[in-house]
Design a protein around this ligand. Sequence first.
Ligand SMILES: [Zn+2]
Length: 364
Amino acid sequence: MVSRVDSVLENGNGGGLLPWQSDEWAQLQQMLPRLPHALLIHGARGTGKTAFAERFAQALLCERPAAGGHPCNACPSCTWFAQYSHPDYRRVRPEVLDEDEGGADGDEAEASEVKKPGRAGRAPSKDIRIDQVRALGDFINMSTHRQGRRVILLYPADALNTASANSLLKMLEEPPPATVFLLVADSLDRLLPTILSRCRKFVMGSPRREQALQWLQAAGVADADALLAEQGGAPLAAQEMAHSELRAPIDEFLVHLATPDTEGALKTAERLAKIPLAPLVACLQRWLYDLFSLKISGRIRYYPQHEKQLAALVARCDVAGLARGMKAITDRRAIADHPLSARLFIEDMLLEYAALFAGQRRSK
Ligand SMILES: [Zn+2]
């Protein structure tokens, strides 16, 4: 159903669709005549949902949509959109994403946005704050400037705190005419049920493995296979990781995980204390998942290239211990943002991990 023109549009510019998003795009086109006023786009992290939603927002405002409903990238609306200055468009996201372009969903093409400085003297917020949502009040009550439609893109929706979610809820309950809210979320678990009930849910599937691999290889990512597995099949997350400064420290961390011992734990903690903790915790979480999965079902999901090391470790620990370790690391993840001391946090985490293998003698 996708024409040649469409595929040129999809692949011919930076803001195009990713190869695994064509079906979902077509579905949205079919919904256009009766588009709900609030759409909640959700699916696995790192698969390009936000860029997809942004493109849809642009298409909704485009004055001369191309075949397949794609934005023309040439009309005044598209030009303003690209500069983030369209008068009928608002993007709402946590301040921290302004500092850290290319974050959450691995998005690109945001360099043109005017940077909004964080409030003086404090770290940029990870929440979507209530004043950001309240500011939409004026926007949705003004008349529109161009086509009579206004669009609000809000992501990640799970960054709404209780206050800002309740403020948004009021707008969703009494939607102004010709206003479309596009919310994007990795998971629905952390959203208020009242928000969920006011949005039409739109699920984005994950790409097939071959599709994701092909895309990564075309993007010049070396070691695409291992990175894709590590990131749970999410190609944008894999691409981000390939170019991340975290790659080398994470690899060092993995070497330690494969050969856990007390002395190594202390050294590793000292060396890695300067890098963000969340990726380390996530790495250990995936590693433990693999150990557990290998133990009970013989399967490895995230680190197949470390099969030998994982198998050696599995022989030295028991299921109950692994289950406890997984529970402990989940709890740790919740506090990784605010440790008193990064070094002590890692030390503690690695000593606890090493203890999983201390109870049983190495089988010869
Ligand atoms: Zn246009």
